[in-house]
Write a protein that binds this ligand. Structure first.
Ligand code: NAI
Ligand code: MG
Length: 356
């Protein structure tokens, strides 16, 4: 029987609304080629217009509305002239990530043909790794407080929280990924020389997990030299696993090394499938170029590929990624990549390459 996937489509604001149709076109083309059905349902919340009408980013029953979907396909949210950024982000995207326990943030970093890397002399093939970021605990906790405000004794404390459950589940996900890749190589980001309680604990859990994955090669770098090595030796990495803060930094630095933020995809994953996972480009709503039809749609289309992979349509996922690569190699590039293609022309070219 042909499989059907229920996908919630949430375009959001700005260029989110412009790149989403390209992501959807690629998904639909893939569904025809690989013989599965898509049931797409569009949602108009998580955007500034909704906020202006309702005074909030989401309806009260958003969780019930979305929890039954197989996946969430998200554009970008934010229109700072209308809604303050902390309100739009905390009021929507961060709610999805937390309440759907999307504890893996996955960002592929791959230098694409046709796209110039800011790292001199690097070619496609030199840069091809995945950053796996812990997405729910660690340094981003709400435990702490402020005392003696406004006095000489003013004191602020914010605690890092690492739980065995939280650390082990992200490590397990990363080790599984490494195990499935030809290189079977995992790098752990640490800082146990400076952060002397939680980071040695992280290292200890890496060692414990390693014993269940004898085929995986493991190395570990302190975060300071690791960032330097992303720039100096991006070819050293395959799977990079990191706590919330370190992963946040690495998952921006990685894609930056591949040229433009416009192509970078990301997945927020609940691996057990208890809740839907969310797939979105790394970039935001880019108000500076919104409405001009020149936004790079590749981040959204590549996110579609990640979503297909997550749904188990691995051939379709690989075909979409190949279509992206072969299209970029032809020089069909939007202005952020140095060309004059439009959102529509690049999106169409990817669909043509996919069907070719
Ligand atoms: P941004 O990613 O929207 O834009 C940064 C720069 O990159 C801009 O110059 C923009 O034109 C360019 N850019 C981004 N995506 C592009 C694309 N697909 N094609 C061509 N150029 C592209 O980040 P910024 O300016 O810091 O934030 C703008 C708004 O987006 C804010 O409201 C922010 O809160 C929100 N935001 C939302 C995110 C999300 O929904 N996940 C992530 C980051 C920011
Ligand atoms: Mg970030």
């Amino acid at each position: 029987m042909t499989k059907t996937y229920d996908i919630a489509v949430i375009p959001g604001d700005g260029i989110g609304k412009e790149v989403m149709p390209e992501g959807v076109r690629a998904l639909e083309a893939a569904s025809q080629l690989f013989d599965f059905n898509l049931n797409l349902e569009y949602f108009d919340f998580a955007c500034a217009e909704y906020y202006q009408q309702h005074g909030k980013m989401l309806p009260d029953d958003w969780f019930e509305q979305l929890e039954g979907f197989d996946a969430l396909f998200f554009g970008a949210v934010g229109l700072p002239d209308v809604v303050p950024d902390h309100v739009s982000l905390w009021g929507s995207l961060l709610q999805f990530r937390r309440h759907f326990d999307q504890y893996v943030n996955l960002r592929p970093v791959k230098l694409m043909p046709g796209v110039a890397s800011p790292l001199a002399g690097r070619e496609p093939g030199d840069v091809d790794f995945l950053v796996v970021r812990e997405n729910t605990e660690g340094e981003y906790s709400s435990i702490g407080g402020k005392m003696f405000e406004g006095t000489e004794r003013e004191t602020v404390i914010q605690e890092t929280v690492m739980t065995r459950t939280g650390v082990d589940r992200i490590l397990k996900y990363a080790f599984n990924l490494a195990q499935d890749r030809p290189e079977k190589h995992l790098t752990s980001a640490t800082k146990s020389n400076g952060i002397s309680i939680t980071m040695p604990y992280w290292d200890e859990r890496v060692k414990a997990m390693q014993s269940s994955y004898p085929e995986v090669d493991v190395d570990s770098y302190h975060i300071d030299i690791l960032t330097a090595n992303f720039v100096m030796h991006p070819d050293w990495f395959d799977i990079v696993v990191a706590s919330n803060l370190f992963g946040d930094i690495l998952s921006d630095l990685g894609p930056a090394c591949t040229g433009t933020i416009g192509i970078a995809p990301s997945a927020n994953i609940n691996p057990e499938g208890t809740f839907p996972s969310l797939f979105e480009p790394v970039h935001g709503s880019a108000p500076d170029i919104a409405g001009q039809g020149i936004a790079n749609p590749i981040g959204q289309i590549w996110s579609a590929s990640l979503m297909l992979d997550h749904l188990g349509e691995r051939d379709a996922a690989a075909a979409v990624l190949e279509a992206i690569e072969s299209t970029l190699a032809t020089g069909e590039l939007t202005p952020d990549m140095g060309g004059s293609a439009t959102t529509d022309s690049l999106g169409s070219a990817v669909v043509r390459a996919l069907s070719a």
